[in-house]
Every structure is written in structure tokens, then in C-alpha cells.
Design a binder for this molecule. Structure first.
Ligand code: ZN
Length: 226
């Protein structure tokens, strides 16, 4: 059976990737790194609900790796929630230094030591960050394989797709995609999204968009345009 470790954040993109792989018959090992970020309690709450709802025997239990970041982020907004970027903030305001470097190194070691030959990320078309680019992902794959004498593949199947296009993929899955259980917010109130932050301003496709949309919707769903 084909096996994949998917970096899961509870957001639309990585949740779509998990459901998509399951639909294609893969065994999926969801992987979450807990670093002490302000939104993690809410994120994990929704991610666990989402995974439960998928009700698939091919879905393995969520692995949560503790990778504390407080020592380097200190009083950054990502740690204390003070001054989280709003929906009008610059595109690069949500950048977290070394995020994918850390995530991939952890997930890579997990996958290589658990007989899972593929690590997948839900990176979409137009993601502007250096640690989401194909070269970086290829370099990480080499580094992990050199370090562990493994033959792991690091893949990002949605890099040529917009959020809308991923919406079209999940609309066609055999099982209904539990869109209402995906979550992405920098400043949740309890487990509810704040509605004001940069992530809330760039929502997942609505359920109606999952089945049909206008060209304006399509444009807005492109990474960073909304
Ligand atoms: Zn928010």
C-alpha cells in the first residue's frame, strides 16, 4: 500500500491534501508540530475533529511532535497573540522563520523511521516564501536522505493549483469533505476564528464555491490576493 506522511495544520490546504490522498487509496500518516504558537490549541481541536470525521481505516492516528519555538520567537505575536497581522497586513507578515525547515526535518525523521516513503505538504500555487519553493523542497529531500540513508520523497502536489482549484478537487471526492471543520486563524477566541486576522481574511473556499464559482471568486482564491 502506498503510504504518505502529510504535514497537517488543520487548515483547508493540508486538510484537502489528506482527504485527497485517502480518496486515492493511500495510507495517510498526519503529522503536526506543536511549537507553542498562540493558535495551536484551537488548531489542534479542529484538526482532531476533522480527522475523526474522515472515518477512514487508511488514516493513521495523528502524530504530534513537540518542537518548542518560544526560545527563539520570544515575545513575537505568534507566541503571545499581541499584534497578530490583520487581513490588511503585508503578505509576508505571517512568515515564521524556518517553519518548513523545522517541519520537514521532524516529519522526515518520523517518516524515514516509520517506513513511510513520502512526506507531503499542502503548499499552493504562488506561495511566496523561500522555504516553500521547489528548490528548497528538493534540497530538504536530499538532506533528509543523506542524513538518514533513506529514499524519502518530499512532495507538494498542489504547487500548481490555486485554492479554488483545490476546492474543485475536494468537491469531487467520494466522501463529502468536512469543510466546516477546517480552521486557520492567528488569533482565535477560544476555538472560534477571530474574523479579523490575515488568515481569516483569506478564507477557504465556501461550500458553494466548492461546487461552482464565478471567475471573480476564482481570482480571489489565488494565494495572497485576498
Ligand atoms: Zn483570525
Amino acid at each position: 500500500m502506498k503510504k504518505v506522511c502529510v504535514l497537517a495544520s488543520g487548515g483547508f490546504d493540508s486538510s484537502a491534501l489528506i482527504a485527497d490522498y485517502l480518496d486515492r487509496g493511500w495510507e495517510v500518516h498526519p503529522f503536526y508540530a506543536r511549537s507553542g504558537f498562540y493558535w495551536e490549541k484551537a488548531e489542534l481541536f479542529w484538526l482532531r475533529k476533522f480527522l475523526l470525521r474522515l472515518k477512514s481505516k487508511k488514516l493513521k492516528p495523528l502524530t504530534v511532535a513537540d518542537v518548542p519555538m518560544k526560545w527563539i520567537m520570544k515575545d513575537h505575536w505568534s507566541m503571545n497573540g499581541k499584534g497578530s497581522p490583520s487581513s490588511r497586513a503585508a503578505w509576508d507578515s505571517v512568515y515564521l522563520p524556518g517553519r518548513n525547515l523545522i517541519l520537514l526535518s521532524q516529519a522526515g525523521v518520523y517518516a524515514a523511521t516509520h517506513g513511510v516513503p513520502v512526506v507531503a505538504l499542502g503548499v499552493l500555487k504562488g506561495n511566496p516564501f523561500a522555504d516553500s519553493r521547489p528548490k528548497f523542497l528538493a534540497d530538504m529531500q536530499s538532506a533528509i536522505n543523506d542524513a538518514l540513508r533513506a529514499r524519502l520523497k518530499v512532495v507538494a502536489p498542489y504547487t500548481k493549483r490555486s485554492k479554488h482549484q483545490v476546492g474543485a478537487i475536494v468537491a469531487k471526492l467520494a466522501k463529502r469533505f468536512p469543510l466546516e471543520l477546517t480552521f486557520s486563524c492567528l488569533h482565535p477566541r477560544g476555538v472560534k476564528p477571530c474574523g479579523k486576522c490575515s488568515k481569516c481574511g483569506r478564507p477557504a473556499p465556501s461550500s458553494s464555491v466548492l461546487s461552482s464559482s464565478t471567475s471573480a471568486d476564482r481570482r480571489d482564491m489565488e494565494w495572497g490576493r485576498k
